[in-house]
Unconditional design. Sequence first.
Length: 135
Amino acid sequence: CFRPSPSVLNHMNELLISRFWQILLGIFTILLLFGAQIQWLFLPKEADIVFDVLFTIALVVFSLDIVLRCYLEPNYFNFCGSGSNVNGEQGRAVNAWGGCHIGSFMFWCDFISTLTLLYNITYINRTLTEESGFE
């Protein structure tokens, strides 16, 4: 299993908690939430290439964020109790699988929202480039 050196992990952590990274994630989150609707409602078809580039960059940034968090946050992607397994200590309930789960709730939210970007990229989803009969 690949594990980066402590100095690389430190640099990864510095990037993850930096103001630059938080602002970048915020901008791309707004793009993810509203970009496709703005593109389809207000902009001409020629603007599709600009949004394809922006959506591709967002896909790379969000994917990198998921990978960084998998390395740096022990409970973000927890496979079969590889992080902290409580086994009922301090009144916490143990599930029937013995603490085995794949990924935290936040991991799955990030993963699924990142996958939805693929639908908005026209060179991946060819149905977006076809003419609709609504003109």
